[in-house]
Design a protein around this ligand. Structure first.
Ligand code: GDP
Length: 444
């Protein structure tokens, strides 16, 4: 059976660990959107690894991994990741394939990303990670992007040279300053990029990556016909989806389940199950509305939110930015269930709440005096809603060692049951600690 795994909130739900667990039952793991702005943390055999582009299935020797066409792939990051994997004894060659249709994030996309964000006035900044993901997706839709298959063509380096020249023109228009463009491996002078240096960088990258580039659509359909099972892993989360998230405070791709088909070439009919990863509380990185927010680095300092941040180690895996934290939002979860067709929840990080005496759940919103149970379609409305809370008792004891759901403290069980009841799908996995062992597999 082929399974899609998505994040149900604003990302960082702990997808890396759940993917790692579900990989047991898959032959092939596919990443279908996003780029190296997203990071998955996996702890296996006591070692912590952060993977940005390569699916974490690579850590299982018998699995094959695919970087699908919906991803925007930074060749330099990928080379770095391949090297890191090799250094830790994992050989990706022969088990990692990149689609000929995958768009590439180039150094000049990073420069544009940074220059455009620097040019936005305070209050209008998007909170981009500055990794070039937005400009790479813009180039894709604008039909000027370079795809991995282009890397194998004779005119590839000429096209890179041309694109650097076009970017330099745009940087002049933006009046980009050298300090705004600081990017490792990229010389900048007078707000301009050095074209020949960039061309040389990609000439080397092309040699390194060419052996990994194949037609992954054909590959996946052959694998499917041979009875292999495929796990499609989403990065980020539903509320960051370019269409269904809190636009414009969103990412440039579709992390939702529909994006898995678009980003891999499998059809909706090929999908047997959708798993939604949802954290027992909520976090968000960067700007944008967050109705149940309790704690952030700027103006909210609620002690319960601080406990979530500290016990949950809520810092971005790649960006290291502190995350905003708040109570579980069942409106978000229900919306995510609908948009993604979630069959099963993988509920994570319940243990982070072990020390809280009282725990709230947002069951609905109040928008301009009216109670609503569905997600407003604009970020402006979402910024105005007030959460309607239900309060439950905390369990005040450790849950990480529990090995059967029946052994959860009754108050923890009641909290889990209530979240599931409010959120529209069955519970498939309960995660109560970062390690693979701290996972209760109920249905998956
Ligand atoms: P992802 O992008 O959705 O994979 O999420 P991240 O990797 O950024 O964040 C997940 C973090 O939470 C990682 O450090 C995991 O090791 C950790 N984690 C995952 N599940 C659990 C859990 O059930 N409990 C605790 N305490 N930590 C967890």
């Amino acid at each position: 059976m082929n399974t899609i795994l998505i994040g149900s909130q604003w990302g960082d739900e702990g997808k890396g660990k759940i993917i790692d667990v579900l990989t047991d039952k898959a032959d092939i793991v596919v990443r279908y959107q996003g780029g190296s702005n997203a990071g998955h943390t996996v702890i296996a055999e006591g070692k912590k690894r952060v993977l940005r582009l390569v699916p974490s299935g690579i850590l299982h020797p018998a699995k094959t991994c695919v970087i699908g066409n919906g991803v925007v792939m930074n060749p330099l990051d990928l080379i770095g990741e391949i090297e890191e994997l090799r250094a830790s004894g994992v050989e990706p060659k022969g088990r990692l394939f990149i689609s000929t249709r995958t768009q590439m994030v180039m150094l000049y996309h990073r420069a544009l990303d940074k220059a455009e964000e620097a040019a936005r006035p305070v209050g209008k900044k998007i909170g981009t990670t500055g990794r070039g993901i937005g400009p790479a997706y813009a180039a894709k839709v604008g039909r000027s992007g370079l795809r991995c298959g282009d890397m194998l063509q004779d005119d590839f380096l000429d096209r890179v040279r041309e694109q650097v020249a076009e970017t330099n023109e745009r940087l002049r228009e933006l009046r980009a300053k050298d300090e705004d463009l600081a990017i490792p491996g990229c010389t900048v002078k007078g707000g301009q990029l050095d074209a020949e240096e960039i061309v040389a960088t990609y000439a080397a990258a092309k040699e390194r990556l060419a052996p990994y580039v194949i037609d992954t659509v054909a590959y996946l359909h052959e694998a499917k016909a041979a009875g292999k099972s495929i796990l499609l892993e989403g990065a980020q989360g539903t509320m960051l989806d370019i269409d269904f998230g809190t636009y414009p405070f969103v990412t440039s791709s579709n992390p939702t389940a529909g994006g898995a088909c678009i980003g891999s070439g499998l059809s909706p009919r090929d999908i047997g199950c959708v798993v939604g990863v949802v954290k027992a509380y909520t976090t968000r990185v960067g700007e944008g509305p967050f109705p149940t927010e309790l704690y952030n680095a700027v103006d909210k300092q609620d002690p319960d939110g601080k406990t979530m941040a500290e016990r949950g180690h809520e810092f971005g895996a790649v960006t290291k930015r502190p995350r905003r934290t708040g109570w579980y939002d069942a409106v978000v979860a229900r919306y995510s269930q609908q948009v993604n067709g979630v069959d099963y929840w993988a509920l994570t990080k319940l243990d982070v709440l072990d020390t809280l005496p009282k725990i709230k759940i947002c069951v609905a919103y109040e928008l301009d005096g009216t109670r609503i149970e569905t997600m407003p379609s604009t970020a402006r409305e979402l910024a105005r809603v007030k959460p309607v809370y239900e309060e439950m008792d905390g369990w005040l004891c450790e849950t990480s060692d529990v090995t059967r759901i029946e052994d959860l403290p009754p108050k923890a069980r009641a909290y889990v049951d209530r979240l599931v009841e409010l959120s529209g799908a069955k519970l498939g996995i309960l995660s109560i600690g970062p390690a693979r062992e701290s996972t209760l597999r109920l249905a998956l």
